[in-house]
Design a protein around this ligand. Structure first.
Ligand code: MN
Ligand code: MN
Length: 468
């Protein structure tokens, strides 16, 4: 055997997904167009929920309360923020099910419960950031507002401002460089902007009246008047509202060759979209399969719509009750223990400009296919899910059989990086679980970058898993 042949047969060959998938370029770009439409609609977890719910209904899925026993396509929803799509298969359920879990929430700015005030000629809204942000990303960009108000009489009202062409937007001003040397530039990046400084500009015209010109905070009052006229709101309604500020930009192609997609919220809506499509298109599975879309991942999966609320137990219990007439605790445990899951979440791609934070031999490269992350956590694999070699081997074999372009990834250098996903919470049931998702550049920024070919391979990888 020649040295060349030896090299070919022994060494791992990393190949760009574009090279491998030359013949699928048209499908890749079409898939990306639909994904961008999803991103533009689904800028919050509630909107993503809504999109997936409607899409599943259009494919014949029924909510669990409306489905009869013959209907094997279920939607199980959790409070408008998290949901599971279920296909009940022919195979015996105690041997386990297949689950793909992504998350619908992304880092953002929430408004505080008492947000509105006025100072120095400007009406402003106080925010409280949600998830891991770099605060400076949120300065001096157009922001949209997504509000869910629950009024005193229980009426629910949703408001979106900033997405239509003629909508106003909101913004957080930054200090001019002429004045920011001491208050920002001389400080550590993490200290330069405090959380309380993230206040959103929302108005500037005081209330105009003939009677009494001594009204305090006239701009604030004028905004309350506007909100009352248009939406019948009073200031107290903010107390029982969830109002999220997100970047107003639309998803865009990036680059002369349009190879990348730039958009807010791709962590983790890239995996959410890919898993939704993979799930809806996976017709040949005989196993019971579940696409689960979680909330609250960005704040540690705590809360009643997060993975720690054990929604998967509820979902499987519902299936058992509906189709198997049992509520056996043991059977539930048996099923979860024997299940296989993908934690469908993103990873950080090797940043070409900051390569030294990665260990290059084990970092995922953007455009080189879907990223399989054996373990998460940080330091000495603390707080990790670490998939065993047997499960990684099985994943490897099914991905190779379907000719998926895939690579492995880690989240940065051992002593530098780290992070968790929902994987470790699923592992608590004893099921096999591994992280598989798209590698992003600029992850957790307001304009994250994905590769179209990686998106497509992520979709194909999930489909392969669900059908395997
Ligand atoms: Mn994520
Ligand atoms: Mn994240």
């Amino acid at each position: 055997m020649s040295i060349k042949d030896l090299e070919k047969s022994l060494k791992i060959k990393k190949l760009s997904g574009w090279e491998k998938l030359k013949s699928s370029e048209k499908e890749i770009f079409e898939f990306s167009e639909n994904y961008k439409n999803f991103l533009n609609y689904a800028k919050t977890e509630r909107r993503a929920f809504d999109f997936i719910l409607q899409r599943a209904k259009s494919c014949g899925f029924k909510t669990v309360d409306k489905a009869d026993k013959k209907c094997k396509k279920l939607i199980i929803a959790n409070r408008g923020k998290s949901l599971a799509l279920v296909k009940v298969g022919k195979n015996s359920i105690e041997k386990g099910i297949k689950i793909v879990v992504s998350h619908l929430d992304s880092p953002r700015l929430d408004l505080k419960q008492n947000p509105l005030f006025e100072d120095a000629g400007v009406a402003l809204l106080r925010t409280h950031y949600y998830g891991g942000i770099k605060k400076y990303h949120w300065l001096s960009i157009p922001l949209s507002l997504y509000a869910t108000f629950i009024k005193a009489d229980g009426e629910k009202m949703e408001i979106v401002i900033g997405e239509e062409q003629n909508d106003p937007v909101f913004t957080i001003t930054d200090l001019l460089p002429h004045l920011s040397r001491k208050s920002q530039e001389d400080k550590k990046l993490s200290d330069a902007i405090q959380g309380e400084k993230l206040v959103v500009v929302c108005g500037g015209i005081p209330i105009l009246s003939d009677e009494d010109d001594s009204v305090k905070e006239g701009i604030k009052l004028n905004i309350l008047k506007l909100l009352n006229e248009k939406y019948n709101l009073i200031e107290e309604d903010f107390l029982s509202a969830e109002i999220e500020m997100v970047p107003s930009f639309k998803a865009k192609d990036v680059g002369f060759d349009r190879s990348f997609i730039g958009a807010y919220g791709q962590d983790d809506r890239v995996c959410a979209y890919a898993s939704m499509e993979a799930f809806l298109q996976s017709e040949s599975s005989d196993d019971t399969i579940v696409a689960l879309f979680a909330d609250k991942e960005e704040i540690g999966s705590d809360g009643n719509t997060g993975t720690k609320a054990r929604f998967i137990e509820y979902v499987v219990s519902k299936i058992l009750e509906k189709y198997f007439n049992t509520s056996s605790e043991f059977l539930l445990k048996e099923i979860l223990f024997n299940s296989k899951a993908i934690s469908a979440d993103v990873n950080g791609a090797l940043d070409p400009v900051y390569q030294d934070v990665h260990e290059k031999q084990n970092a995922a490269i953007i455009g080189y296919g879907v990223c399989v992350t054996k373990f998460t956590g940080s330091g000495g694999k603390y707080n990790a899910n670490d998939a065993n070699a047997e499960f990684v081997g099985w994943i490897r074999s099914i991905l190779n059989k379907s000719n998926i372009t895939w690579q492995t990834g880690e989240l940065g250098k051992i002593d530098e990086g780290g992070g968790g996903t929902v994987a470790k919470f699923l592992a608590e049931y004893g099921m096999d679980v591994i992280d598989i998702g798209t590698a992003l550049l600029g992850m957790h920024s307001t304009f994250e970058i994905s590769s179209k070919v990686d998106l497509y391979e992520t979709f194909r990888a999930y489909k392969t898993f669900l059908n395997a």
